[in-house]
Design a protein around this ligand. Structure first.
Ligand code: SF4
Ligand code: SF4
Length: 100
């Protein structure tokens, strides 16, 4: 009997790994950016882990798993998933043209 690993498609496995910048400088695509209000972030307020839902759901893998949470804007494409998933509503999307 073959192990289940023998049936894994290497392409699918590779695509399933979280990695940064596979598609280049994805920050260039962005029309709005996520801004984190650390005073609302559960982690920053309590120091308790885990939350990191923004880290977990970011499809670019560019949110740090740290306190405070940070975003690498060179690669953030502005999809807004982090803002959607944040249970504390600590992340809001801001139009790029409204940023100095
Ligand atoms: S908007 Fe949020 S989830 Fe989307 S790429 Fe940027 S940091 Fe990641
Ligand atoms: S999802 Fe929201 S509350 Fe959780 S770590 Fe990220 S910013 Fe903080």
């Amino acid at each position: 009997m073959e192990s289940s690993k023998a049936h894994q498609d290497p392409f699918t496995v590779a695509r399933g790994k979280l990695c940064t910048a596979e598609a280049g400088m994805t920050g260039d695509w962005r029309s709005s950016r996520p801004e984190i209000d650390s005073s609302k972030c559960i982690l920053s307020k309590t120091g308790n882990k885990p939350c990191f839902l923004c880290w977990m759901y970011c499809p670019e893998g560019i949110v740090t798993k740290s306190i405070p949470v940070k975003i690498d804007y060179d690669y953030c494409k502005g999809c807004g998933i982090c803002a959607q998933e944040c249970p504390a509503k600590a992340i809001r999307m801001v139009a790029e043209q409204n940023i100095d």
